[in-house]
Design a protein around this ligand. Sequence first.
Ligand code: NZQ
Ligand code: ZN
Length: 389
Amino acid sequence: MDNFIFQNPTKIIFGKDSENEVGKEISKYSKKILLHYGGGSIKKTGLYDKVIQSLKKENIEYIELSGVKPNPRLSLVREGIKICRDNGINFILAIGGGSVIDSSKAISFGVPYDGDVWDLFLGKAVVESAIPLGTILTIPAAGSESSTGCVITNEEGGYKRAVNSELIYPRFSILNPELAFTLPKYQVACGVTDILSHLMERYFTNTKNVELMDRLIESTMKTVINNIPIILKQNDNYEAWSEVMWSGTIAHNNLLNTGRVGDWGSHDIEHELSGIYDVPHGAGLAVVFPAWMKYVYMQDIQRFAQFAVRVWNVENTFWSPEKTALEGIEKLKEFLKSIGMPGNLTELGIYDDRLEEMADKCTNSDRTTVGNFVKLGKTDVFNVLKLAK
Ligand code: NZQ
Ligand code: ZN
């Protein structure tokens, strides 16, 4: 196990009716906020009205900025920064999923930054300060409600890039599993695929002697795999949603990568798909991750065999760990298909013509390789994309 420091400061407020606490929580930080949300699901579900009531009760003034799209756009981030600066706003409330939360995070470090916020995504500067933010999560998926990550798409050129900073951990995140009841099935499946991917990115490591984290990751994966069929049959099953929502946070709050180095190549490759084709992050991962696995499993067949046996209940064929490893990858593919995810790039509407461009964009910036378990250069990324066809 490697040395590590672990500190996740996000306060989690979990359970039924927890959204009614939002006004009280915010009043610890500010009396004037930016209320940031997406395309309107929060109005249809009634969540918006509850939040407004809670804010009014605490005399919190708010300015709204809605319209965050999945794969959140840089132009709206710039608009949010201007609103905060012009109105002396020093707190952001994000209501939604990873896209709204990431848009809020980018605004939060864009406000004090003396330059264009995209600089921070290009590595021209690092985040040195950020105004605080809180979240009400409406979809278990990205884990942004308790992560250091922020992923934004620059419409000019179709670049999707990330910033990581401990300064953008939300101060609090409100998780009421009931808020997920209204999610369309496809969105549920995209979210689950992202959660599993965050776990698998951490699982495939070269660090040795990491049994505790291996087993915690495996049990989080199994919890998600066991509960999702229940949700797909009965979308208002509170207990199943509770398991999945909390798993989504645990999967990405940095606990499960303590003492080890994760991979993250599949995420970097997927961001090229979302950047150009605007596909949902989870759907892109459903196609990229199994292809990545097929490309790299020889790096550590035993680890892939362990994944197959412990997570997917594949019989351990000791005489051929490779057979076991490959069966595990197939089980993952079958599972993703069973929940409605695409099985290849063509099903996602992505054809051959821009594979090379994506491989190039992925590896020609501040980094020339992606991934840690196996470092992949441009040709490797191209090969992974070809395997995903
Ligand atoms: O915009 P509205 O109308 O709210 O609809 C949203 C959106 O269309 C809808 N939705 C959300 N909650 C709902 C609901 N519809 C009905 N009922 C509800 N309760 O779902 C759609 C997708 O929302 P989005 O926020 O895009 O989903 P997700 O949470 O999967 O976030 C994806 C984004 O997060 C980034 C991804 O790259 C992608 O841009 N990620 C962020 C990470 C981080 N910051 O740590 C890590 C991840 O790896 C990921 O990259
Ligand atoms: Zn992800």
